[in-house]
Ligand binder design. Structure first.
Ligand code: GLU
Ligand code: ZN
Length: 303
């Protein structure tokens, strides 16, 4: 089998500016791509207007640029991809893989988040979500892959996730559908992102399979899920818990701290160098194998 050309991506949602944790993800996917002489794409995942914070896209792109993380080609905006997502929904529907569901939040919550297929035969119309029908035989719903950082990972979609939502009741496309369609459209070969998305990967691989990707194509996609950056209280750094913002003018320090966090052992002298010097050192010395597998390590509070 021909090895895929390396195409990586960073896919931020415009829900706020980058913080230390998202800079780590951007940097790791950038370095892995550049170390392998690959392309690095940036995709703006702006398909959830209620969660969007105005101005964040501009801010994120500025922050990437100021840290020297320059992407290849044009940006892809998910808000402009509705036709592609509708085509994917139609294809799944034509193959009998979708059904409408009007179960309320409370019912789904009572199921512990694993949907029981209640609406499969109900012919729901009107105000409803669209779910993907998983194989009846649970043994056909097992998805396994080797993560470059986390190692072997396996999930039985039928028993651990259940028929999942691909179009929300409010009419918005689900994150899972949009990512699967776009990763396929952009021929993404390497997905390096936060470990909070590890358990989403089987859904995305399964969706790509339903959308026509062959087993060989799917097996060729490499994943690396980065342990999450946590603060000294052990909380995940996120926009929700007001992770400290990246201070403009401190780009070299931020990059150096991110490399340190990724256990790339950047030399101390590098801290005061330009971002270009730091990045070229990091590209040349990039080691995925050095990244710790365990999530609970502290990021510098000052970052
Ligand atoms: N847009 C997602 C986020 O910001 C990441 C999607 C992905 O990398 O697959 O959390
Ligand atoms: Zn239902």
């Amino acid at each position: 089998m021909e090895p895929l050309a390396y195409i990586g991506r960073f896919a931020p949602s415009p829900t706020g500016p980058l913080h230390f944790g998202s800079l780590v993800c951007a940097l790791a996917s950038y370095l892995d791509a550049r170390h392998h002489s690959g392309q690095w794409l940036v995709r703006i995942e702006d398909i959830d207007p209620p969660r969007e914070i105005p101005g964040s896209t501009t801010m994120i792109l500025k922050q990437l640029e100021s840290h020297g993380l320059l992407w290849d080609g044009d940006l892809l905006y998910q808000s402009q991809r509705s036709d592609a997502y509708n085509r994917a929904l139609a294809q799944l529907d034509n193959n009998g893989l979708t059904y409408n569901c009007d179960c309320n939040r409370q019912r789904v919550a009572e199921l512990g988040g694993i949907y029981d297929g209640h609406c499969r035969q109900r012919q729901v119309s009107g105000d409803s979500a669209v779910r993907l029908r998983l194989p009846q035989d649970k043994s056909d719903a097992i998805i396994a892959f080797d993560d470059l950082i986390m190692g072997g990972y396996q999930q039985n979609l039928a028993s651990e996730v259940g028929d999942f939502v691909i179009k929300r009741r409010d009419g918005l496309f689900s994150y899972q559908l949009a990512v699967a369609v776009d990763d396929q459209f952009q021929n993404i070969s390497h997905i390096v992102r936060g470990a909070d998305l590890l358990s989403s990967t089987p859904r995305q691989l399964y969706l790509q399979r339903c959308l026509g990707a062959s087993a060989e194509q799917l097996a060729a996609i490499q994943h690396g899920h980065l342990p999450l950056a946590v603060n000294s209280q052990g909380q995940k750094l996120s926009k929700q818990n007001h992770a400290p913002a990246l201070v403009p003018g401190h780009e070299s320090t931020n990059l150096w701290a991110a490399l340190q966090w990724l256990q790339q052992a950047p030399p101390v002298e590098l801290q005061t160098e330009s971002k270009e010097t730091i990045l070229s050192w990091a590209i040349a010395n990039w080691s995925m194998a050095s990244i710790p597998k365990i999530g609970e390590i502290s990021a510098p509070d000052a970052a």
